[in-house]
Write a protein that binds this ligand. Structure first.
Ligand code: HEC
Length: 202
């Protein structure tokens, strides 16, 4: 066999193998993510028959959009949501946001709570993330939450041990979001990634 043919054969084999591997990786991820397909859309927000949101498990593989921090020492020891908030949006809603600058029906945004750990590091004094504390989430759905302001419902916060969680009353969460958030209930003003991803107005 000529050197050329051998190289070509080698390339083809590795291409085939990597194709198989990618195929497998996608199947595995899809299995883990449990992202079910509903007619007409892929959704990352799943509910049980009582209308409770199943606590999302794989959100650390979604799009990270920002990390507000409300430290205890600046909030009389008791911030509403302690302390770092690592915020993620599901990938299909991110793609939709980049295209349209809107939150699609079915959007889910998770905020993961992390304690302040160290307050000094080799880089200087500051707030450095400590331990995971739990999560909160919000879902926009015009059918399921037809009566909620801007069709968003709010969940949390919960420990990782809980399997599902019921929507909160509007007064507890939605009202503040609707009044103070920059866009459609979401605090886009604190998420540089969302601002950067938003398409220019034509
Ligand atoms: C008094 C105002 C206020 C109330 C009440 C409130 N939030 Fe928020 N929420 C905020 C602000 C401000 C942010 C962004 C900054 C931050 O995380 O500190 C935010 C961010 C979020 C986010 C990330 C997505 C987004 O919209 O920016 C989720 C999820 C969330 N809150 C859930 C809840 C839940 C669940 C409740 C009710 C239990 C709740 N919030 C009550 C002010 C509020």
């Amino acid at each position: 066999m000529s050197q050329f043919k051998r190289t070509l054969l080698g390339r083809l084999t590795s291409l085939l193998l990597s194709g198989l591997l990618v195929g497998q990786a996608i199947t595995v991820t899809a299995g883990q993510q449990d992202d079910r397909y509903e007619p007409g859309r892929i959704t990352y927000a799943h509910f049980n028959k009582d209308g409770q949101l199943l606590i999302p498990r794989n959100y650390r593989e979604w799009i990270f959009i920002g990390a507000p921090v409300t430290p205890k020492d600046m909030n009389d020891g008791n911030p509403a949501f302690p302390e770092f908030h690592n915020v993620y949006i599901d990938p299909v809603s991110w793609a939709h946001w980049k295209q349209t600058g809107k939150f699609r029906d079915g959007t889910i945004i998770v905020k993961e709570l992390v304690s302040v750990g160290a307050e000094e590091a080799a880089s200087g004094n500051g707030y450095f993330q400590g331990e995971y504390l739990g999560i909160a989430a919000t879902v926009k759905d015009s059918k399921r939450f037809a009566d909620r302001p801007n069709n968003w419902a709010y969940f949390g916060y919960d420990s990782y041990e809980s399997k599902s969680t019921a929507p909160q009353p509007d007064e507890s969460c939605n009202t503040c979001h609707k009044e103070n958030a920059a866009e459609d209930n979401v605090f886009v003003q604190y998420y540089p990634v969302l601002r950067a991803g938003k398409p220019e107005k034509k």
